[in-house]
Design a protein around this ligand. Structure first.
Ligand code: NOJ
Length: 533
């Protein structure tokens, strides 16, 4: 009943707010025909644990995700990433899919325990693991696809978790730096775009606060802040290592990939809602971006967490502090900002009592999240399609961090459980509308240089297992060869890429028709092969 009331409330407020909406010159709904700047880079992405499989092959060590997914009850249907898409064995096949799309870049991540089995360099470096990434990188370059490598997409070596408590421990800063340094040494002659950490928000909140993700800790009110603090320092250290040791000869760029939903005030004439929405975004992307661009946490985080900690009777804030030396060390450690973005929320002010031992990241924010029941949600429960939120987030980033160079590192949509529908018109719609809002943002002056569709393949979706499919390509996980099949969105995305945008209405309308022409025969093929199997 509560959520129904909220929905109705949101509905009413939206209807009344729609009239005086004037944040942009164009109305929210209008489509913008035009093209992206020359040289704009189009790509697709993946991550090691989600796609490689081969979890225990060729000397790879265990990661926290190997261990977490093997524990009963942690992952939907007890799925694991043990074999996943078998990407480890399919470099050539997957690159041919990228060629089909005519991608300019491919974003992948390097599994730390695959090349350092315990996470510690002095223990052992696994040359077989290095060889795999060498081959991947060489094959990409031979096919004129720019590699964008992420150093940490959540697969911390298990030994570092067991020995030190993972990101709760400051020693991760040096271990991560040694790993990164080895990657620069071995791959940096060919890889020119580095992403230190992927989505540290998720690692902190879901890994150390709610425990939904590995390592599964529930250190409410403190764990996420401490993990984040160490990750920010680790990121900064790796940037400095590149800057002082490698940049001169390798001439690459080092950034970080932050994820952020957009938060829109429920009632745009209510100051409290406006502030709550701002807080939502500051506690999300600002938590990491503000230290990295300005040297310290957002003021609003310091204020809220500090006040609530005091009300609990704590002598110091649960939000750690940076010394003045650390502030200047962390500030400015980003050559480009990676943005992962999927969805938007309406935000309203909501007070939480503190002082009853129930502190958490979520209650620290004093807000409630709402959704408009009319927003499409074709896939994951949390993922509502709200394209205009993307443009706003990008403009927020421009305004807050002095117009940094941006690469969109993740954007995409999933589909519902067990769906074997290759005619994914909802994904076509999502990509069309979100990339169009990105184009509008570029026209607004936001410095976006590239876009990465998430993801190339269906894959292991963390605690949701294989139930949520984000791929442009469908992967048949029931077949032990894990064959890939193009969804209709492949045909559509391909056309956005080859036109570098949206030339004109007539042509763009044709794309959709053409994209869906072939998918029904692919559907039949898939169904037939399943029958035989
Ligand atoms: C962000 C994560 O970085 C990625 O691994 C995941 O697949 C997407 N969110 C979708 O949930």
């Amino acid at each position: 009943i509560l959520s129904m009331t909220c929905h109705v409330l949101v509905l009413v407020l939206c209807l009344s707010a729609a009239e005086d909406f004037d944040w942009t010159k164009n109305d929210r709904g209008s489509f913008y025909y035009g093209t992206f700047p020359a040289g704009f880079s189009w790509g697709a992405g993946s991550s090691a644990y989600q796609t490689e499989g081969a979890w225990d092959k060729d000397g790879k060590g265990l990661s926290i995700w190997d261990v977490f997914s093997h524990r009963k009850g942690k992952i939907l249907q007890n799925d694991t990433g043990d074999s996943s898409c078998q990407g480890y064995y399919k470099i050539k096949e997957d690159i041919s899919l990228m060629k089909e799309l005519k991608l300019d870049h491919y974003r992948f991540s390097i599994s730390w325990p695959r090349i350092m089995p315990t996470g510690i360099k002095s223990d052992h470096v696994n040359e077989k693991g290095i060889k795999y990434y060498d081959e991947l990188i060489d094959n990409l370059l031979e096919n004129k696809i720019t590699p964008i490598a992420t150093l940490y997409h959540w697969d911390l070596p298990q030994v570092l978790q067991e020995k030190y408590g993972g990101w709760q421990n400051i020693s991760m800063v040096n271990y991560f730096n040694e790993f990164a340094n080895l990657c620069f040494e071995r791959f940096g002659n060919r890889v020119k775009y580095w992403i230190t950490l992927n989505n540290p928000w998720s690692v902190a909140v879901e890994g150390y606060e709610t425990g939904e993700h590995a390592p599964g800790l529930k250190l409410r009110g403190t764990g996420a802040y401490r993990a984040a603090h160490h990750m920010i320092k680790a990121h900064a250290k790796v940037w400095h290592t590149y800057d002082t040791k490698w940049r001169g000869k390798q001439k690459g760029l080092v950034g970080i990939s932050l994820s952020g939903d957009w938060g829109e005030p429920v009632d745009i004439s209510n100051q409290k809602d406006i502030e709550a929405a701002e807080r939502y975004v500051q506690f999300y992307i600002g938590w990491f971006a503000t230290p990295i661009f300005h040297g310290d946490y957002p003021q609003v985080m310091k204020d809220f967490i500090g006040r609530k900690s005091a009300q609990q009777g704590l002598g110091t804030s649960r939000l750690p502090t940076f010394s003045s030396q650390e502030k200047s060390y962390v500030k400015g450690t980003c050559d480009f900002l990676g943005i992962g973005h999927f969805t938007t929320r309406y935000i309203t002010q909501k007070n939480y009592q503190s002082g009853h031992g129930s502190s958490s990241y979520f209650t620290d924010r004093d807000l409630a999240e709402l959704v408009d029941p009319r927003w499409p949600d074709p896939g994951s429960e949390w993922l509502y399609s709200v394209p205009w939120g993307f443009r706003r987030l990008l403009n927020f980033v421009k305004a807050q961090y002095r117009n940094p160079m941006i690469y969109v590192t993740e954007n995409g949509v999933s589909e519902k459980i067990m769906c074997t529908e290759l005619c994914d018109d909802w994904r076509i719609q999502y990509y069309k509308d979100y990339t169009n809002e990105m184009l509008k943002a570029i026209k607004d002056g936001v410095n976006v240089r590239g876009y990465t569709a998430w993801s190339l393949l269906d894959k292991f979706e963390w605690d949701e297992g294989y139930s949520e499919r984000f791929g442009l390509y469908y992967v048949d996980f029931r077949n032990k060869n894990t064959p890939r099949y193009p969804k209709a969105s492949v045909q559509y995305y391909k056309r956005i890429i080859s036109s570098n945008g949206f030339p004109n209405q007539r042509e763009v309308e044709n794309w959709k028709r053409k994209a869906t022409e072939t998918c029904s025969s692919s559907n039949q093929l898939l169904a037939a092969e399943n029958k035989e199997g």
